[in-house]
Design a protein around this ligand. Structure first.
Ligand SMILES: [Zn+2]
Ligand SMILES: [Zn+2]
Length: 124
């Protein structure tokens, strides 16, 4: 369903390759796996994210500080989609609140008018 993000590396494939090509040396294999795990997920970026990485909740990638923003590494659309969903879910509550507020105002106005009429109708 979700479109593939062209800026993001396919980590699973890289990991699998590292595991397969170093299967006779566990130390090297683990090293390679860690290296892949701690490298920025952004395509063509070799920055290390071991000490400080930004994880993206949309593509599950781990990025260096310069590629951490969803808009930068290509998840901008996912962010907008989420914001739109949030907005759509929030909107009914907001409009309902406004509606009831308006109703309360209307009721108060009616009460006021009734009272005014009562006091005007009083005989002198
Ligand atoms: Zn992302
Ligand atoms: Zn990066």
């Amino acid at each position: 369903m979700s479109k593939k993000n062209p800026n993001v590396k396919v980590r699973e494939a890289n990991l699998l390759e590292a595991v397969n090509s170093n299967s006779n040396n566990v130390d090297t294999m683990l090293e390679k796996v860690q290296e892949i795990d701690y490298t920025c997920t952004f395509e063509k970026c070799k920055s290390k994210t071991k000490n400080f990485g930004i994880e993206c909740k949309f593509c599950k990638g781990r990025f260096c500080t310069s590629h951490g923003l969803p808009e930068i590494h290509g998840c901008g659309e996912a962010v907008r989609r989420e914001e739109r969903t949030k907005f759509l879910h929030q909107n009914p509550t907001v409009s309902q609140e406004k509606h009831s507020q308006a109703q309360t105002k209307l009721k108060m106005k009616l009460k006021q008018l009734q009272q005014e009429r009562k006091s005007k109708g009083k005989p002198k």
